[in-house]
Write a protein that binds this ligand. Structure first.
Ligand SMILES: [Fe+2]
Length: 389
């Protein structure tokens, strides 16, 4: 039965029958058409690579063809659609390929690209988002709908909160088992943000923490950070968040020279500790490659050396002053208190975070934190959203 054709993934595709398929020897491509005039050009070698059994292993859904041994356009004997509208190719050696037209259709609709099934990114300022979007976390381990809602808001806004989650200090570990592997760091897999007698970070004091992003000392800083409030009885210590996407808009529009300096002048980021020596060189606003998300490298405690022409250092500092002005501007900076049971997640490469100072002797404040890479957050979000869309 043609309609049971496997596809090289774990998803079910609606059967969208082709209306035509024809090979063009001059281009070496097969042109696929659907009744609504949607079209897709595919290469014969790629068709062979995506043929069940001969092109990919149908258990692990990974390709098995050595491209040197795969059919080429000159090996195409016939191209047609079968009785039910699937692509059917016959090869000159007598072999054949049959591909699911609904799976081909999802490629024609660009649903195979990384942004597929992810929410649109929504830029925000406190004027349109006064507090993080909040989702009931009381049963998040048993409610994949709550998890999907929270992760969707997290990916879209770069910031989202679970409220009323359990306050067990290890709950964050249990929750992340449903999301993805924790990305450890020199602060451990799960770290406690509270007063340390011998702090190795300003986070472990009661000092004000200016707006920043964590671990710019890494080639790829952690994608997302999670902070779980176990206890909070101190005065002050409010959390502050600034959306880097809104900040980029403001810099581009009103501070173009500073924006240019922030995106082009490099610094050495270096955690100068007894047993750790992480270093990376890059600009404060790192646009990376054409498919990379923006990465802010903005943690002044580890901004260690200018790595630029010495004549550029003055304008680099001026640009940092401007960045700090905008990042702390009330028009861009959201403020909220942590309550026990809150789990605040944020995109550490996009959203700046900071904290008001507090009196360490005035009560207890204990947050448990961890990082996850963006890849794992986005993967879990796609899996959850694909199942319900
Ligand atoms: Fe931080």
């Amino acid at each position: 039965m043609t309609r049971h054709l496997p596809t090289p993934d774990s998803y079910d595709y609606e059967w969208v029958a082709l209306s035509d398929a024809r090979f063009a020897p001059d281009t070496g491509l097969i042109r696929l058409s659907w009744p609504d005039t949607t079209m897709l050009d595919v290469h014969p070698t790629w068709v062979a690579e995506n043929t069940p059994v001969t092109g990919y292993d149908t258990v692990v859904n990974e390709g098995i063809l050595d491209v040197r041994e795969a059919p080429t356009p000159s090996d195409v004997a016939a191209v047609t659609i079968d009785d039910e509208g699937a692509l059917a190719v016959t090869w000159s050696d007598g072999g054949s390929s049959k591909l699911h037209p609904g799976w081909l259709r999802h490629i024609a609709e660009n649903k195979h690209l990384p942004d597929s099934f992810l929410p649109d990114r929504v830029k925000w300022t406190p004027a349109d988002l006064a507090e993080p979007i909040s989702v009931d976390g009381s049963d998040v381990l048993g409610d994949s709908g709550a998890l999907e809602e929270w992760l969707s808001a997290l990916v879209g806004y770069g910031l989202a909160r679970l409220v009323d989650a359990p306050t067990d200090p290890d709950f964050l570990l249990d929750l992340m088992k449903h999301v993805g592997p924790i990305r450890g760091s020199n602060f451990g897999d799960l770290f406690s943000v509270r007063i340390h007698e011998s702090p190795d970070s300003l986070a472990y004091t009661g000092l004000n923490l200016g707006q920043h992003t964590d671990l710019p000392t890494r080639e790829i800083p952690p994608g997302f950070q999670f902070l779980h409030c176990i206890e909070n009885t101190v005065e002050g210590g409010w959390s502050r968040m600034t959306d880097g996407l809104a900040l980029i808009d403001e810099l581009q529009t009103n501070h173009a020279d500073h924006y240019e300096a922030l995106t082009t002048l490099d610094w050495v980021w270096f955690n100068r500790q007894h047993n750790d020596d992480h270093r990376w060189v890059g600009p404060v606003i790192d646009h990376g490659g054409p498919h990379s998300p923006v990465t802010f490298r903005a943690f002044y405690p580890v901004r260690s050396f200018p790595a630029m022409d010495s004549r550029d250092v003055s304008r680099a500092y001026a640009a940092l002053c401007c960045l700090n002005d905008v990042a702390h501007d009330e028009r861009f900076q959201m403020r909220f208190a942590f309550r026990p049971g809150d789990i605040v997640g944020f995109d550490n490469r996009r959203v700046f975070h900071g904290r008001d100072g507090f009196d360490p002797g005035g009560g207890g404040r204990h947050l448990r934190g961890c990082y996850l890479d963006s890849d794992d957050i986005l993967s879990r979000t796609r899996v959850l959203r694909r199942r319900t869309q």
